[in-house]
Design a binder for this molecule. Structure first.
Ligand SMILES: [Zn+2]
Length: 164
């Protein structure tokens, strides 16, 4: 890491400490040429391993782009997509792994997406769970119905008629 003041290539670490509950290390460095001090930060890169074996850095934007395709024509705005991508990243980081297969990123998207929009979820799930038959869809839809029924409180009877 070059000194930001004189561009000298060599520096000495004078202090290093963990920050963000051990998620990052910050180092105070002293330039061996000009003696000025600067701080560097080191974090673990959350890497996604693609099917080809190539790794790339996890990207929320990429999650948003993938999910947006499944949300075409659905009432899902960009804020909701950003929040979803954030939840996906948090759940992956919480698992405490430094590398995750790209397929598992897709699976981590399913939970939050199901809460967001059922139709988009089905579209997305059909790709990531490799649905191969109508039965796969039927099973998923019946699970989805159950989950939705469980999450909706029953209305007071007769209330709906009064609304008109
Ligand atoms: Zn310097």
């Amino acid at each position: 890491m070059r000194c930001p003041f004189c561009r000298h290539a060599d520096s000495r670490v004078v202090d290093s400490r963990e920050v963000d509950e051990g998620q990052a290390i910050r180092r105070r460095r002293s330039c061996s040429e000009c003696g000025r001090r600067f701080t560097t930060s080191e974090t673990v890169v959350l890497a996604v391993v693609k099917r080809s074996g190539v790794t790339e850095q996890f990207s929320r934007d990429k999650v948003v782009r993938g999910v947006r395709r499944a949300c075409q024509g659905r009432p899902v705005d960009d804020d909701a997509l950003q929040q979803l991508a954030q939840r996906v990243e948090e759940s992956i980081r919480a698992a405490g792994v430094a590398e995750i297969p790209s397929h598992e990123v897709g699976l981590a998207i399913l939970g939050p997406l199901r809460e967001l929009d059922a139709v988009a979820y089905l579209r997305f799930a059909s790709v990531y769970r490799s649905f191969s038959s109508i039965e796969d869809f039927e099973k998923e839809i019946s699970d989805l119905r159950k989950a939705i029924a469980d999450s909706i409180e029953p209305d007071d009877s007769g209330k709906r008629a009064d609304d008109a």
